[in-house]
Design a protein around this ligand. Structure first.
Ligand SMILES: Nc1nc2c(ncn2[C@@H]2O[C@H](COP(=O)(O)OP(=O)(O)OP(=O)(O)O)[C@@H](O)[C@H]2O)c(=O)[nH]1
Ligand SMILES: [Mg+2]
Ligand SMILES: [Zn+2]
Length: 356
């Protein structure tokens, strides 16, 4: 895709970033559109290209939070004849959307960066939940972006049901704008489109199966993102695996996200760790302590997938299920436990040494 006519500004660049720009002479500014197994897909006014991290970057940064994520601005070295660029530095993030970890903030997972708006999507059919909505609102404001609330699948419920949900949101004192949409009848799609501003970045979040990708496909005007069939109970299956930044014709930038279930599915805690114990075990050999096994250099899991030691389907299932935060928290607790066990082990070895 050619972005030449829009310039950096059209990709969301503004004075805030300009003030913080300190790229080396000859290096250029680009925005991260996607992260794809150890490589970054970047956008700049000339189009889209791939890049990897410079060695010096890896040397200086040791947290997965410090790696570029979707929406980030980076300085990149790219010569006209290279087909792959070299990322040298990362701009300060104006806003973020982050999933808090149970422990330190350094373990928080950055979902996306430099968002102007977060569109919190819930389906009014089997998905609406005020408490969860409030958690997303806090998460959005914590990161510095402005929230929107969007209820989807209005074609599936009685208007009275929808009204009751809107009333509940209103009664809870939610001040964010609330929109409704049906991707089937397309009721509400135009109202949403009219609100999308050029040069602004919108990040769609919400449970799996609520219709985020279907809606973004409507906004794009063609079937670019994969969507999936949902069972009669409204229970979603995960379809979107990776996040990506898309420039719409209207000039707005949107980020699709895989569904998140912040508060877990009953029973998931026991089962998932067991079936992915191979991946979890390999994770201890990754270069980064809190490696997400999605894009980090030196990731032992990605290496195993590339070599075929871990079947790709198995790995992708792991990624999808990990989005369920109950599981994410569990693996965090496991890491903690491992650290503690290791601490105890060291202590016992020391004791033994003292005895001798
Ligand atoms: N009836 C009805 N079905 C919808 C609507 N929006 C989406 N769907 C259907 O719901 C299913 C899931 O939609 P997706 O767009 O894949 O959902 P998603 O939020 O992107 O899901 P993940 O990628 O897993 O997070 C698909 O079968 C859609 O056709 C809607 O407004 N009404
Ligand atoms: Mg999707
Ligand atoms: Zn890893």
């Amino acid at each position: 895709m050619e972005n030449r006519h829009i310039g950096l500004k059209g990709l969301g660049w503004n004075g805030w970033f300009e003030k913080r720009a300190d790229c080396r002479p000859g290096d250029a500014v680009a925005r991260v559109a996607a992260v794809d197994r150890g490589q970054w897909v970047l956008m700049d006014p000339t189009g889209t290209f791939r890049a990897k991290l410079a060695g010096s970057y890896l040397y200086r940064h040791h947290l997965s939070q410090e790696l570029p994520c979707v929406g980030d601005w980076v300085c990149v070295e790219k010569h006209p004849n290279d087909d792959i660029g070299l990322i040298r530095s990362l701009f300060e993030r104006k806003t973020t959307l982050r999933r808090k970890s149970a422990g330190d903030a350094v373990d928080d997972q950055i979902i996306a960066a430099n968002l102007d708006y977060v569109i919190i999507v819930q389906s009014c059919h089997y998905d609406f939940n005020l408490k969860r909505l409030e958690r997303y609102l806090v998460m959005t404001r914590d990161g510095g972006a402005e929230p929107y609330v969007l209820l989807t699948k209005t074609d599936l419920v009685d208007p009275a049901v929808l009204d009751a949900q809107l009333e509940e949101i209103h009664a809870a004192g939610v001040t964010a704008p609330v929109l409704t949409v049906s991707n089937v009848t397309r009721d509400g799609v135009d109202e949403l489109t009219q609100r999308l501003l050029p040069e602004k970045t919108y990040c769609f979040v919400g449970s799996s199966g609520v219709g985020k990708s279907t809606l973004i496909n409507h906004l794009i005007g063609r079937e670019m993102l994969e969507t999936s069939w949902v069972s009669g109970t409204g229970e979603g299956r995960h379809t979107t695996v990776r996040r990506e930044l898309i420039l719409l014709r209207c000039g707005a930038l949107v980020i699709d996200n895989p569904g998140m279930r912040e508060f877990g599915i009953p029973g998931a805690e026991s089962g998932i760790g067991g079936s992915f114990s191979d991946i979890i075990a390999l994770g201890s050999s990754c270069r980064y302590r809190n490696c997400s096994h999605i894009s980090e250099p030196g990731c032992a899991v990605l290496e195993a997938v590339d070599s075929g030691a871990i079947v790709r389907d198995h790995y992708e299932n792991y990624l999808k299920l990990r989005e369920e935060s109950a599981f994410y928290q569990m693996s965090h607790a496991e890491r903690r436990k491992k650290d503690r066990d290791f601490g105890r082990y060291i202590k016992s070895v020391k004791k033994d040494l003292e005895k001798d």
